[in-house]
Ligand binder design. Structure first.
Ligand SMILES: Nc1ncnc2c1ncn2[C@@H]1O[C@H](COP(=O)(O)OP(=O)(O)OP(=O)(O)O)[C@@H](O)[C@H]1O
Length: 269
């Protein structure tokens, strides 16, 4: 069943320059759709358009249907109710998601009180429980810290813990692992997979990394220069890419992998 249907999403500047052209895809409930493409291809703008967070100097058209609601027509107040509750956004730079002046605990508590309409005491309890579930050690100490006192990987995992607590239906993860080292990347991917399994949440996962998309998504949209060049099952698209650009992406990835294997003294695959 379709949870999110994006139809002909088009984004232009006021000067009519096309930044995203006729993007169309479906995200089924409890599935993961990847959007892959080079820098500047329009991935983040598309995510922002779905969330109703585009810069006001941009014009958007097309249709974005989420749980039967037409998001591009929704009044801002309604949209605000959906954002951070039914649809959550996880960004590349977790640091920017937190306010530097408040502790992690204060920020988690405030978000949970607002989004879940629970008391402060309950919100603190939920925060500690979710941090514990994320295998974050000594959660009672972590909640007393300010964002700058924690690593990027830790902040990203806290963001995911907060998202889990809110129990949304859709998570839009925009390059959530790009700023992380491989160990933290792997942890974050594992947590997102767990989230899907446990909460039956759907994920729209934006990345320029084919390997990560292959690990986490079943379907993929390939974007280039604002245009959607392919949409379909991950295995089919990466094993038999139709579009020249997808072929180029897959071949480049394979060449890099083989160079690494050579450098490590292993046989090329
Ligand atoms: N407010 C804006 N006004 C005009 N152009 C913009 C605006 N925001 C983004 N753009 C342009 O739109 C294009 C697509 O940007 P977008 O951030 O969606 O790319 P992306 O695929 O997410 O890239 P990256 O992987 O580097 O984040 C870029 O050329 C960018 O410069």
């Amino acid at each position: 069943m379709a949870l999110l249907t994006v139809q002909d999403l088009t984004i232009r500047t006021q000067e009519q320059k096309l930044l995203v052209e006729k993007l169309s895809f479906i995200v089924a409930a409890n599935s993961c759709l990847g959007i892959v493409g080079e820098s500047g291809s329009g991935k983040s703008l598309s995510a922002k358009a779905i969330m109703g967070l585009l810069h006001p100097n941009l014009c958007v058209s097309g249709a974005v249907n989420f749980q039967g609601k037409e998001l591009l027509q929704l009044p801002e107040e309604e949209m605000r109710k959906l954002r951070g509750r039914r649809i959550c956004l996880i960004l590349q730079d977790a640091m920017s998601a937190f306010v530097p002046l408040y502790t992690i605990g204060q920020q988690m508590t405030e978000t949970l009180c607002e989004k879940l309409a629970v008391s402060k005491k309950e919100a603190i309890q939920i925060s500690l429980q979710e941090l514990d579930k994320m295998n974050i050690r000594e959660p009672t100490q972590v909640v007393k810290k300010y964002p700058h006192q924690l690593s990027g990987g830790m902040l990203q995992r806290i963001m995911i813990a907060l998202t889990i607590a809110v129990k949304p239906d859709l998570i839009i993860a925009d390059e959530p692992t790009t700023a992380l080292d491989p160990l933290n990347q792997s942890e974050v991917i594992k947590e997102l997979q767990r989230l899907r399994k446990e909460l039956k949440v759907a994920i729209l996962f934006i990345s320029h990394d084919l390997d990560i998309i292959r690990r986490i998504a079943e379907k993929v949209v390939v974007m280039r220069q604002g245009k959607q060049v392919e949409f379909g099952n991950v295995d089919a698209i990466f094993s038999t890419p139709k579009h020249e650009y997808t072929k180029y992406l897959v071949e480049t990835r394979e060449k890099i992998t083989q160079s690494f294997r050579k450098a490590l003294g292993r046989d090329p695959v």
